[in-house]
Design a protein around this ligand. Sequence first.
Ligand SMILES: *[C@@H]1O[C@H](CO)[C@@H](O)[C@H](O)[C@H]1NC(C)=O
Ligand SMILES: *[C@@H]1O[C@H](CO)[C@@H](O)[C@H](O)[C@H]1NC(C)=O
Ligand SMILES: *[C@@H]1O[C@H](CO)[C@@H](O)[C@H](O)[C@H]1NC(C)=O
Ligand SMILES: *[C@@H]1O[C@H](CO)[C@@H](O)[C@H](O)[C@H]1NC(C)=O
Ligand SMILES: *[C@@H]1O[C@H](CO)[C@@H](O)[C@H](O)[C@H]1NC(C)=O
Length: 308
Amino acid sequence: MESIQHFMIILVLIGILSAYQYKAQSSGGSMTPARSLDALLQDYAYRAFVHPHTGRPYDGQVPSNITGIKIAALRLRSGSLRRKGVPGYKEFQIPTGVIVRPYVKRLVLVYQNLGNWSSTYYNLPGYTHLTPVLGLLAYDAANLSATNLPELTVVVSKSPILINFTDARPVPAGLSARCVYFNLVGLPVFRELVSSNVCSTSQQGHFSIVVNASSIAPPPAPRPGHAKGNKSKVWKIVGAVVGGFIALVLLALLVAWMFRYRQERKMADMERHADVGEALQMARVGNTQAPVALGTRTQPVLENEYVA
Ligand SMILES: *[C@@H]1O[C@H](CO)[C@@H](O)[C@H](O)[C@H]1NC(C)=O
Ligand SMILES: *[C@@H]1O[C@H](CO)[C@@H](O)[C@H](O)[C@H]1NC(C)=O
Ligand SMILES: *[C@@H]1O[C@H](CO)[C@@H](O)[C@H](O)[C@H]1NC(C)=O
Ligand SMILES: *[C@@H]1O[C@H](CO)[C@@H](O)[C@H](O)[C@H]1NC(C)=O
Ligand SMILES: *[C@@H]1O[C@H](CO)[C@@H](O)[C@H](O)[C@H]1NC(C)=O
């Protein structure tokens, strides 16, 4: 009976803790925020095509709730991409020999510069971005009004694509800068730099240069839009405090209940022992009291703490 109550309390405690943990981690929906952003930016980049010329990049406009992100779209014949590459598409240098699968006649390369939103969408615990996160994603160009398009598969058959970061912050002394590549699932892969601000890749995805420090001196320019970030931070802290408090209260209740339970057991034992008679004397064995007959030479051995 008591052990069932025990079990129930622990179960409730674990349930509340894990529910809280889950809420803190997930942001809802089956898509990660970064993937939803990719879909949104594909839509807005395609809107930049009004009367598009093949092979010319067009800068797009992002919705006002993500001001600070820059996008562009470049429409190409896939044969031209393979034979000529794209010598300079913003920071990306695409060599010859790049093909997309499945075969499409024309494709669109969507460029993303996440600017001050980089660590919001591509937070890397223990690391700091020295550059904005840049994205390069390939889509079918067959329907320029299409949304929620799946990415094509990019295959690099000769030399890799280079990313020449133009506005990298200097590497703080004692830290090592590395390239990081986020695949479409969002998993980071670290690589060495090709040169001081150049990374290479054989895949599409998101890229930046990071250092192995969770925080470094902030960039000199003050960041606008701070209040919003602080507000959500405050809510996170409030959530953590409330969650922690509830867990603590439950823990305290559990401890108090266990304490009372032990006391009651002890009282019951003592009452029972008192009934046994004055001939028996209490002696300490292990952690519990056990009745001992006067003058016994051998001390009783405790077999089970809860022996009746
Ligand atoms: C920003 O606004 C767009 C269009 O108004 C909306 O589709 C999108 O979900 C919003 N994104 C975020 C991150 O709030
Ligand atoms: C293009 O995509 C839009 C949006 O999904 C759709 O409404 C339209 O019918 C498509 N056009 C063609 C030619 O498939
Ligand atoms: C990167 O860009 C800088 C400035 O635009 C240029 O001087 C440098 O040669 C480029 N590096 C590579 C590897 O293309
Ligand atoms: C970062 O990496 C460098 C070189 O590997 C190492 O010397 C340094 O201690 C690391 N710093 C941190 C904060 O991990
Ligand atoms: C980025 O900067 C823009 C203004 O340039 C601001 O509106 C936006 O809130 C900022 N984003 C973040 C995540 O701080």
